[in-house]
Structures are given as structure tokens and as C-alpha cells.
Design a protein around this ligand. Structure first.
Ligand SMILES: CC(=O)SCCNC(=O)CCNC(=O)[C@H](O)C(C)(C)COP(=O)(O)OP(=O)(O)OC[C@H]1O[C@@H](n2cnc3c(N)ncnc32)[C@H](O)[C@@H]1OP(=O)(O)O
Ligand SMILES: CC(C)C(=O)C(=O)O
Ligand SMILES: [Mg+2]
Length: 515
């Protein structure tokens, strides 16, 4: 019988640390439900001390998740542990994850603590966390640049103090696979009470090696991997959940363990996270990229027609790509709509929400011949966006753009109930539309990123636009989708502006000041 490899998903915590990826409480709950559907073992829902919004989000996740363990992060600080404990109180299975840095550079320059003080603090905080739950995880931040002797001492002490999981992070993505595997093996061999804990790894992708390093750790004794959907996370991201899960599953000849993950939920999870955060998935991304199972060249197509396995090591449907992707159109009814959403793992709380989404679906079906799953995902994300906050709403937009003339936009916005009209010229239709909106909103924002991608193929496809705005150090992402990309752009811009207006609902600590 093979060991279980525990999947610890930190999309809602480390993933949220990507600039612009902050999520609302409801968005976190939607993602958490999808993670549970995917049978993730542990969901790290957030860092409750970071902000009241994140506390509420972790609590809301703890209230609804029944099968997965819900975990909250805490520094090795009393108030962090107490806040984490309070947030996860409603959970059926609750974990506190406490951490402190152990590398000389972090201890000396960041914490300004001696190694002895760090060790003492770690022990005291693990003990404090154990007063709230039996399930306590301890991480040595920047373990990659820590001295092995010190790591052995602090891990032994943390286990004695009650930590059940010992996490070894490559916080800065510095390691390489053989060295990381060796480090895990050395720690497990040298820590005297190592057998009383599950060994875990948490790798960052600064050199593009997060998955390779995590898998090397697994081959050397780690039985928990910390990862995120689409590899989202601080800087270059974390190890990608889908790549870890599918490598271990596909190479059962090599790995002495397997996960409990329902891999058919991987693509829906990827789409949901991408839709909510606005971080598009690159087409050639393993497992979840649009081209991951596409064959273009003749020799490959010929091979696949004769025997699929000639060029495919996994089956697309096993990771959630659906074979029959076009299911709905303008003649479809409410039941088919509801059924397809259910299959995609999208749930509505009330009949009113379904009705409103159905109305939008019909509007879209009038403009667009075929409605694909991706359109439905975008539609539901938009639905959530509109219900969340609508300080500024697009009433109408008219843009004139002609060869040899300066594009001009005329916009009507509803601002807190009353309509405001403005016009502006721009270097292109999108620029003109944003300038017209700016003249109403007067937000003083900096545009940091503007990206358009087509949701499906074809010229009648919806364009999905992501806009990243910065104001006073705060960064937010806005999303919009429409068959007209200028309208999609205006919607995305307004979505971002609305996020800046209504900070309380955001979970990210930087979400504080009004626009
Ligand atoms: C590797 C990781 O991913 S770690 C997680 C990173 N995530 C985040 O930081 C997001 C959430 N963070 C926040 O909201 C804030 O940083 C808070 C609420 C945690 C702390 O805010 P502030 O009290 O204003 O402190 P600030 O962020 O400026 O500095 C961090 C402080 O925590 C200390 N600290 C950092 N890590 C730890 C730790 N693991 N255990 C104990 N203390 C720590 C630092 O030394 C510093 O202490 P100082 O104020 O005495 O100099
Ligand atoms: C909190 C810890 C585990 C972390 O995110 C890191 O070290 O990267
Ligand atoms: Mg991390």
C-alpha cells in the first residue's frame, strides 16, 4: 500500500500575496469550495491577523468547509496565534500554521533576534497553538539558507512542543532539485523525533524550480506538499498544484505515494482561480493551459489518431477538460443552464442569483452563437463582481475610432445612483474610454497592467480584460468580459475602481484607504 501525499493548498494565502491577487471573502469561499470538491487535504485560507477582511474570510471558509482541514497562518507572535485560533474556530478540522525565520540573514537583519531567542519563541508559540488545536504546523522560514544544525535543533524542539507537521520552505526559490531532496533526507535522518511528524515542503518558483524541488523532497521523504492552483503566489509563485498532482499520478512507477485529489476538478479550479484573480493561464502551461492537450503538427496528429498514447501521457478528460465543450446557446432553457453550471462546480445561493445569471446568459447568447464553458465561468465571475460593489456602473459607452482621426469616447456612468456623462479623446479607443471614465471618477490611479485575452476561439469570442491599478501603494485587479473588447475594458477598469472604493470587503492587508 502506497503512502498518502498530503496536498496543502495555499492559493488563498500565499497565492493571495501576488500583487493584485487580493480576494474578497466571497471569492475565497468560492475557491475553497472548489478546492474541497477537488479533495484537497488542507486549505490554508489566510493570515487572520493581517486584516479584519482576511479574518472574516478565513472564518467564512471555516464555516462552510466540512471535509478539508482549514488552516490559518500566524507569525510566532501571541496575538497572531490567538487571532488565527479565533478565525478557524468554526472549522470541523482546524490547523494553526505558525512560522519564524531561521536563516542568519533573516534572524539578524529582519527579526533582530538571536538563534536562541528564535528557538525559544518557536517552542512557546507551538505550545500556545496546541492549546487551541491538536493540529499544529511549524515552518522555518528561509530554511533553504538556514544552517542544517540549527534547523535540526529547532525542528526537534518544535516536535517536542507539539507540532505535528514540520514544513521546510524554500522561501526565496533558491534551491535546486538534488540539493533540496538531500536537505529533506538529512533533516529526517538527523532529527531524533522526526517520526512523530509529517514532513512538508513549500517551494517558490524564482528559478522556475518549485515543482522539481518539491518532487525531489517527496522522493526523499516529504509527505506533504504546499502548492497553489496555477502556481499563483508571492513573486514568481509557488509550486503548482496541478503539476505536482499529475506528475505523482502519472509517474507511479517512480513515486512511493499518491494524493487523494480528484483530478477531474483541476481544470475547473484553474479557471475559477484565473477568473477571480485575473491572472491568465499561459496557453502552454502544463495540464491547464489551452494548448496542453492540443496537437498541431501532422506527424503528431497522425500518431494520436492511430494511438492516442503516442503523444499523450495523460488524458485531457482526466484533468477536467471536457470533450463536448459546446452545450448551450440562445435556445437553451434554465434547467440546462443550471445543470451545466452544476457540472462546472458553480453554485448559487439564491434563485434570484440564478435568474440574474440566466438573464445575462441570454443577453450573451444573443450576441454570440455558441456559449462555451469558459463563457459561463466569465459570466459567473462578472455576476459576482456586479453584486459585490457597484459604486461606479457603466450605463453606456460610445467610441468613435476611424483611420486618420483621434478616437473619442463618450461615457455615461451611474455614480451612487445618479448618472454622469463625460467625453475624452485618446490615442486609441480604450485609452479614450479610460480617460473619459477618469474625468468622472477623478481617482488619481496609475494603470500598471492592461491585458486582453479571448475566452474562446472565433471572432465572436468574448474578450476578457484584466486591468491592474495602483493608488497610494494599493494594487487591485479589475476584470471585465464582453464580446466588445472596448466595453470589456471599461468594465474591467470600473471593476478595479470599485475595488479601490470599497476596501472593507477585500481581504488583503493593503486594502485600507478609500479612493
Ligand atoms: C514568507 C511569507 O510568505 S511570510 C507571510 C507574508 N505575508 C504577509 O506579510 C501578509 C500579511 N502581513 C501583514 O498584514 C503585516 O505584515 C502584519 C499584520 C503581519 C504585521 O504588520 P506590522 O505589525 O505593521 O509589522 P510589519 O509588517 O511592518 O513588520 C513585520 C514585523 O513582524 C516581525 N516578524 C516577521 N515575521 C515574523 C515571525 N514569523 N514571527 C515573529 N515575528 C515576525 C518582523 O520582525 C517585524 O517586527 P518589528 O515590527 O518588530 O520590526
Ligand atoms: C509562511 C511560509 C511557509 C512561506 O510562505 C514561505 O516561507 O515561503
Ligand atoms: Mg511562501
Amino acid at each position: 500500500m502506497k503512502d498518502q501525499l498530503i496536498i496543502f493548498d495555499t492559493t488563498l494565502r500565499d497565492g493571495e500575496q501576488s500583487p493584485g491577487a487580493s480576494m474578497t471573502r466571497d471569492e475565497k469561499v468560492r475557491i475553497a469550495k472548489q478546492l474541497e470538491r477537488m479533495r484537497v487535504d488542507i486549505i490554508e485560507a489566510g493570515f487572520p491577523v493581517a486584516s479584519p477582511g482576511d479574518f472574516e474570510a478565513v472564518k467564512a471558509v471555516a464555516e462552510v468547509i466540512r471535509e478539508s482541514t482549514v488552516c490559518a497562518l500566524a507569525r510566532a507572535v501571541e496575538k497572531d496565534i490567538d487571532r488565527a485560533a479565533e478565525a478557524i474556530k468554526p472549522a470541523r478540522r482546524a490547523r494553526i500554521h505558525t512560522f519564524i525565520a531561521t536563516s542568519p540573514i533573516h534572524m539578524q537583519h529582519k527579526l533582530r533576534m538571536t538563534p536562541e531567542q528564535v528557538l525559544e519563541r518557536a517552542v512557546a508559540m507551538v505550545k500556545r497553538a496546541r492549546q487551541y488545536t491538536d493540529d499544529v504546523e511549524f515552518s522555518a522560514e528561509d530554511a533553504v539558507r538556514s544552517e542544517v544544525d540549527f534547523l535540526c535543533r529547532i525542528f526537534e524542539a518544535a516536535i517536542t512542543a507539539g507540532a505535528r507537521t514540520i514544513n521546510v520552505p524554500d522561501t526565496v526559490g533558491y534551491s535546486i532539485p538534488h540539493a533540496w531532496g538531500e536537505r529533506i533526507r538529512t533533516l529526517i535522518e538527523r532529527v531524533p523525533n522526526a517520526d512523530r511528524a509529517i514532513w512538508s515542503t513549500h517551494c517558490h518558483n524564482d528559478l522556475g524550480l518549485a515543482v522539481a524541488n518539491s518532487l525531489s523532497a517527496v522522493l526523499n521523504g516529504a509527505r506533504q506538499v504546499e502548492c497553489t492552483v496555477n502556481g499563483l503566489g508571492e513573486r514568481a509563485g509557488n509550486a503548482s498544484l496541478e503539476e505536482i498532482v499529475m506528475t505523482v499520478r502519472t509517474r507511479q512507477d517512480v513515486f512511493p505515494c499518491d494524493t487523494r485529489i480528484d483530478a477531474t476538478q483541476i481544470v475547473p479550479a484553474s479557471r475559477l482561480v484565473s477568473g477571480i484573480t485575473g491572472f491568465p493561464v499561459q496557453p502552454n502551461k502544463a495540464i491547464v493551459g489551452a494548448n496542453a492537450f492540443a496537437h498541431e503538427s501532422g506527424i503528431h496528429q497522425d500518431g494520436v489518431i492511430k494511438k492516442r498514447e503516442t503523444y499523450e501521457i495523460m488524458r485531457a478528460e482526466d484533468v477536467g477538460w471536457t470533450a463536448n465543450r459546446m452545450v448551450l446557446g440562445k435556445h437553451s432553457g434554465r434547467n440546462a443552464f443550471r445543470q451545466r453550471l452544476k457540472e462546472l462546480g458553480i453554485e448559487f445561493r439564491t434563485e434570484a442569483e440564478i435568474n440574474s445569471a440566466f438573464e445575462r446568459f441570454k443577453e450573451l447568447a444573443d450576441k454570440k452563437h455558441e456559449i462555451f464553458d469558459e463563457d459561463l465561468q466569465a459570466l459567473v465571475t462578472e455576476e459576482g463582481i456586479e453584486q459585490e460593489n457597484e459604486h461606479f456602473r457603466l450605463v453606456s459607452l460610445r467610441v468613435c475610432s476611424e483611420t486618420g482621426t483621434t478616437p473619442h469616447a463618450r461615457v455615461v456612468l451611474a455614480v451612487d445612483g445618479s448618472e454622469r456623462l463625460a467625453g475624452a479623446d485618446g490615442s486609441g479607443p480604450v485609452d479614450a474610454a479610460f480617460k473619459a471614465i477618469d474625468s468622472v471618477v477623478n481617482g488619481g490611479v496609475q494603470l500598471q497592467l492592461y491585458s486582453v485575452s479571448n475566452i474562446t476561439s472565433g471572432t465572436d469570442s468574448q474578450g476578457e480584460v484584466t486591468v491592474r491599478l495602483e493608488k497610494g501603494g494599493r494594487i487591485v485587479n479589475g476584470h471585465g468580459a464582453d464580446t466588445d473588447i472596448v466595453i470589456a475594458s471599461a468594465k474591467a477598469y470600473l471593476n478595479a475602481l470599485n475595488k479601490l472604493v470599497e476596501p472593507a470587503a477585500r481581504t488583503h492587508p493593503q486594502a485600507g484607504q478609500p479612493i
